[in-house]
Design a protein around this ligand. Structure first.
Ligand SMILES: C[S@@+](CC[C@H](N)C(=O)[O-])C[C@H]1O[C@@H](n2cnc3c(N)ncnc32)[C@H](O)[C@@H]1O
Length: 219
């Protein structure tokens, strides 16, 4: 009995690790963890089709040759919609290979060279339009300024960032990380003109009242 008690109180490196893990339950946001979510089909964020606000924005675009990037594209329903509607210059980036494989198996004619399996923060290039759909809310809050700088560097002058941001607290320890329109304004205003920045009127039902529709033009 005495020996069992002694063992319980003995401090081992394993116990120290477990102690800190207990207080550090933040979800892992690295490429392996995201990829694993696609492998195990643990993809609650995926609505299964292009969201209405983004679809309606795409529907009024007339130039189908503009160079478009979708970062953190996941299963990329927006890209499927763009491609099937004649947009010829669409690029996708996600560091989950499985997400890009899923897209490839659905949209077989999509050019392979436009599928970029990499960390968004490491890619180069220039785009006319970047579409935001639940990528900003998936990255750690500490990387938001880096996101804004990266988007700015990837846009041509006059290029646009268009899409949706959660204007609601959401979660602090896992995606979707939330925020407020005031906070976002402070991040984006040094680099962008705000063409549209208001509550989305046509969000999907489950996100109704929680999203901002943004159309920001690079200064
Ligand atoms: C919440 S999911 C959204 C996926 C898709 N936009 C959608 O709405 O279904 C976030 C996506 O971003 C990807 N991602 C997260 N951080 C990334 C990074 N630094 N570089 C590239 N992709 C990233 C994940 O693999 C995941 O597919």
């Amino acid at each position: 009995m005495g020996r069992i008690k002694m063992h319980f109180f003995k401090i081992t490196p394993w116990k120290i690790l477990r102690f800190f893990n207990f207080f550090n339950k933040r979800m892992s946001l690295d490429s392996n963890s995201w990829n694993q979510r696609y492998v195990s089909k643990n993809t609650a964020w995926d609505i299964g089709y292009v969201s209405t606000p983004i679809k309606e924005y795409i529907d009024q675009l007339s130039d189908k040759k503009i160079k478009i990037l979708i970062p953190g594209c996941g299963n990329a329903h927006e890209a499927e919609y763009l491609f099937k509607n004649g947009f010829t210059n669409v690029f996708l980036v996600d560091f989950s290979k499985k997400a890009l494989d899923n897209f490839k198996s659905r949209v077989k004619d999509f050019p392979n060279e436009n599928l970029i399996c990499n960390d968004f923060f490491k890619i180069q290039g220039k785009y006319d339009l970047i579409i935001e759909q639940t990528f900003f809310c998936a990255i750690d809050k500490s990387k938001r300024i880096e996101y804004v700088n990266k988007i700015n560097s990837l846009l041509e002058s006059g290029g646009k960032l268009v899409g949706l941001l959660f204007d609601a607290p959401m979660f602090d320890d896992r995606p979707p990380f939330g925020g407020t329109s005031k906070e976002y304004k402070d991040f984006f205003s040094p680099y962008f003109k705000f063409k549209t920045f208001k509550p989305s009127y046509n969000s999907i039902k489950s996100r109704n009242g929680k999203e901002l529709f943004i159309n920001l033009e690079k200064k």
